[in-house]
Design a protein around this ligand. Sequence first.
Ligand SMILES: [Fe+2]
Ligand SMILES: [Fe+2]
Length: 270
Amino acid sequence: MYSPFNPYGSVHREHASHHWHGGSAFRTQYFNALSMGFPEMERRMIYSVRTAMAKLGDTPQARHLRGPAQNFIAQEASHSLVHARLNVQRINPNWPVLTNLWPRRKIAQHHWLSNLARTCAVEHVTTILSVYVFRQPSLFNPVTPSLRDLWLWHAAEEIEHRCLAFDVYRAAGGGYLRRIAYFFLIVFTANALVMAQTLTNLALDGQLFKPRTWRDAFVLFWGREGLVWFFGRHLPTYLRPDFSPKDRHRQACDTALRWLQDYRSRTQGP
Ligand SMILES: [Fe+2]
Ligand SMILES: [Fe+2]
């Protein structure tokens, strides 16, 4: 795990542009909405994996998963910190963060396998989004280099650890029905939350009723290479009983991992 985006560092001047995604209010507030949700969501995923690993005890399977699980936790913890820092820099502190409306203590009341099934579903969704980012290299072209690196770094690490939650779920004996039930729940709630957060941001930004906002939304979601088509093709694979995150998106995963290797070598120094 390595992150060059020091969460305690000073505000980067490159981040000072208001509509940082190429001047597009919609794309800016959509990615802001994702970033606003990440810190809390990732803390919950860490909790679910940590709890599951403790439940697995000291079995050979658990020993095999311990290293990758620690890597997963370290990566998600750094994503959470970096996005929390970015949110402080980029987003009005008075804007509501909808992800935080669901109290964290409620998660502790759920069965640990259900929390893990939720994490597996979130990881499937984030992997598809991350693969999309690497298959559409122009998506972050209108963004300053440091912000582009931040989003690609997060996407690449999501791809790198995409199998961990699923492997822990399988090792813990998690079943198909629970996995699928939480998949539907996550697809519905995550979409609703991100869209509600995006619309709230746009309204508070005074951009909700501008024609360009909706033109950009249409292109991002329904354009020729839009997110809707991509998710429509890849989300349902999770429903297969023999689904495995390892076997999917080979080419994009290789590209992402190569990018990550290069990125780490150029940011970590000699
Ligand atoms: Fe993450
Ligand atoms: Fe992740």
